[in-house]
Design a protein around this ligand. Structure first.
Ligand SMILES: NC(=O)c1ccc[n+]([C@@H]2O[C@H](COP(=O)([O-])OP(=O)(O)OC[C@H]3O[C@@H](n4cnc5c(N)ncnc54)[C@H](O)[C@@H]3O)[C@@H](O)[C@H]2O)c1
Length: 427
C-alpha cells in the first residue's frame, strides 16, 4: 500500500483519487476549495456524476481531503497534480494553479517521491517551471531527488465506455528512472497499456496534439456545415455517406460551439508556446476562430428564421435548452450556451434557460415551463433528456422555430408539425 496525494479534486483529480483508494492505497486529496474538501470528507461528490457519487459513497471516507499540504505531502510516496490550466482573457496560458500547487508541494515533499503532473501543459512546462520550483527547495529532479514525470489525463467525463481505468496512458519523465517509476504506478492502478515516451516534453506534446486534433477536425466540419447550409445539403447525411469509406475518414460533427476545459483551451497553449520559440500556428488559430464563431452562427440561424416569419429578435421569446458544454454533464466551463444566451440578450431577446444538470443557471423550473414561455427554441446541449423530449410538446406550446444546435432532434417530425427547423448544416 502506498500513500498518495492527489492535488486538485476536480473532474480529473477526484476520479483518480477514487481509483487509487479502490486499489487499496491510502489517499489524500489536497485542494484549495474548502466546500469541495468538506463535501468529499462527507463522502458526497461535489460533481454531479453518477460514477463519482456512487464511488464516494462506497469508499466511505477513504479519501481524506485537506487544504493543508503539511498534513499529506510529507507522508506521500506519490503526488499527482491535477489542477486547472485555463487561459487568460488574451488566450495566453495561465499556469498560476500549477505553479502555486507545485510550490506548496515542494516545501513538504520528501526525497525520492514520485511527482506526476497530469494537468494539460505546453511542451517544456515541466522543465521550465516545475523543475526550477523544486530546485528552490534544493531538489535536483535530474538527479532523481524528486522523481518528476508527466502523465496527461485523457478522461472524458460522462463517457461510459472509456473510463479512467481502461484508457491507455503515456508517460514521460525528467529521467528514465522517473518515467519507469511513473509507468509502474499507473500499470498498478489501471487496466490498460501504459506507454513510456523518451522525454517529458514528448508526453506534454502528446496531450496537446490529441486535443488540437479534435479542435481542428471539428472546425473543418463546422466550416463544411456552414457551406452546406448555403447549398441546402444535409451534413449529417453526408457524414453518414463518407463514414462508409473504411479508411482515412473519421466522422466529426458540427455544432453550436466547442466548450469545456480542454478542446477550446489547449490549442492556445501550443499556439502561444510555439510563438515564443518562433513558429506561427496559422492552421490552429483558424480552427479556433471557426469554432469560436459557432455560437454567433447559431444565433444568426435563428435571426434568419425570424426574418422569414417577419419577426424581430428584439423582444423575441427564446428558450435555450442546455447550459453545460456537452451532453449529460454539469460542467459549464467555456460552454457555447453562455455565449448564445449573452448574444440573444444583447440583441434584446427575452431568454429562458433550462438545464436539468445545471439547475442554478436555469431561470425556469423545467422544459415544460420553458416551452410554455417561449416562441422560439435553441437547443444548445444534447442532454439525453432533450433528445427524449416528446416533440408534440413543441406544437402544444406553439413553438414557431427550432434551431437545433446539436443536430439531435427529429427534423422531419418537427417540420411535419409546421414548425421551422434549422440545424447546424442541416435544414
Ligand atoms: N475536465 C476534463 O475533461 C479534462 C480531461 C483531461 C485533462 N484535463 C486537464 O486536467 C486538469 C484539471 O482539470 P479539471 O477539469 O479536473 O479541473 P477542475 O477545475 O475540475 O479541478 C481542479 C481542482 O483543482 C483545485 N485547485 C486549484 N488551484 C489549486 C491549488 N493551487 N492547489 C490545490 N488545488 C487547486 C480546484 O479547486 C479544483 O478542485 C487541467 O489541466 C485540464 O486541462 C481535464
Amino acid at each position: 500500500m502506498k500513500t498518495i496525494t492527489i492535488v486538485g479534486l476536480g473532474y480529473v483529480g477526484l476520479p483518480l483519487a477514487c481509483l487509487c483508494a479502490e486499489k487499496g492505497h491510502k489517499v489524500y486529496g489536497l485542494d484549495t476549495d474548502k466546500n469541495k474538501s468538506d463535501s468529499i470528507n462527507k463522502s458526497q461528490s461535489p460533481i454531479e456524476d453518477e460514477y463519482l457519487i456512487a464511488k464516494l459513497k462506497d469508499l466511505k471516507n477513504r479519501i481524506s481531503a485537506t487544504l493543508n499540504p503539511s498534513e499529506c505531502i510529507p507522508n506521500s510516496d506519490v503526488v499527482v497534480v491535477c489542477v486547472p490550466t485555463p487561459v487568460d482573457k488574451n488566450n495566453s496560458p495561465n499556469l498560476t494553479a500549477v505553479m502555486e500547487s507545485a510550490s506548496a508541494v515542494s516545501k513538504f515533499i520528501k526525497h525520492g517521491t514520485l511527482l506526476v503532473i497530469e494537468s494539460t501543459i505546453y511542451p517544456g512546462t515541466i522543465e521550465e517551471i516545475i523543475v526550477p520550483i523544486l530546485k528552490k527547495q534544493k531538489f535536483d529532479a535530474y538527479k532523481n531527488d524528486v522523481m518528476v514525470a508527466h502523465c496527461p489525463e485523457r478522461i472524458d467525463p460522462g463517457n461510459k465506455k472509456w473510463t479512467i481505468e481502461n484508457l491507455p496512458r503515456v508517460v514521460g519523465g525528467i529521467t528514465k528512472e522517473a518515467a519507469k517509476k511513473a509507468a509502474e504506478f499507473y500499470r498498478e492502478i489501471i487496466n490498460a497499456d501504459v506507454v513510456e515516451l523518451s522525454s517529458v516534453k514528448a508526453a506534454e506534446a502528446t496531450k496537446i496534439m490529441e486535443n488540437t486534433f479534435r479542435d481542428v477536425n471539428i472546425a473543418f466540419i463546422n466550416e463544411m456545415a456552414k457551406s452546406f447550409d448555403k447549398a441546402g445539403i444535409d451534413i449529417i447525411e453526408v457524414i453518414k455517406g463518407a463514414s462508409t469509406k473504411p479508411f482515412a475518414f473519421m466522422p466529426h460533427y458540427p455544432g453550436a460551439g466547442v466548450g469545456g476545459h480542454c478542446i477550446p483551451v489547449d490549442p492556445y497553449y501550443l499556439i502561444e508556446k510555439a510563438k515564443q520559440i518562433g513558429f506561427k500556428h496559422e492552421f490552429l488559430k483558424l480552427a479556433r476562430e471557426i469554432n469560436n464563431s459557432m455560437p454567433h452562427y447559431t444565433v444568426e440561424l435563428l435571426e434568419n428564421e425570424l426574418k422569414k416569419l417577419k419577426k424581430s429578435i428584439k423582444n423575441a421569446k427564446v428558450g435555450v435548452l442546455g447550459l453545460a458544454y456537452k451532453a449529460n454533464v454539469d460542467d459549464v466551463r467555456e460552454s457555447p450556451a453562455s455565449e448564445i444566451i449573452n448574444l440573444l440578450k444583447t440583441k434584446g431577446a427575452d431568454v429562458f434557460v433550462f438545464d436539468p444538470h445545471v439547475k442554478n443557471g436555469s431561470n425556469v423550473k423545467d422544459a415544460d415551463e420553458l416551452l410554455n414561455k417561449s416562441d422560439y427554441l435553441i437547443l444548445a446541449t444534447d442532454h439525453s433528456e432533450f433528445k427524449a423530449m416528446d416533440l408534440n410538446l413543441l406544437k402544444k406550446h406553439k413553438i414557431l422555430a427550432v434551431i437545433d444546435g446539436r443536430n439531435c432532434l427529429d427534423k422531419e417530425k418537427i417540420k411535419s408539425m409546421g414548425i421551422a427547423y434549422h440545424g447546424i448544416g442541416r435544414s
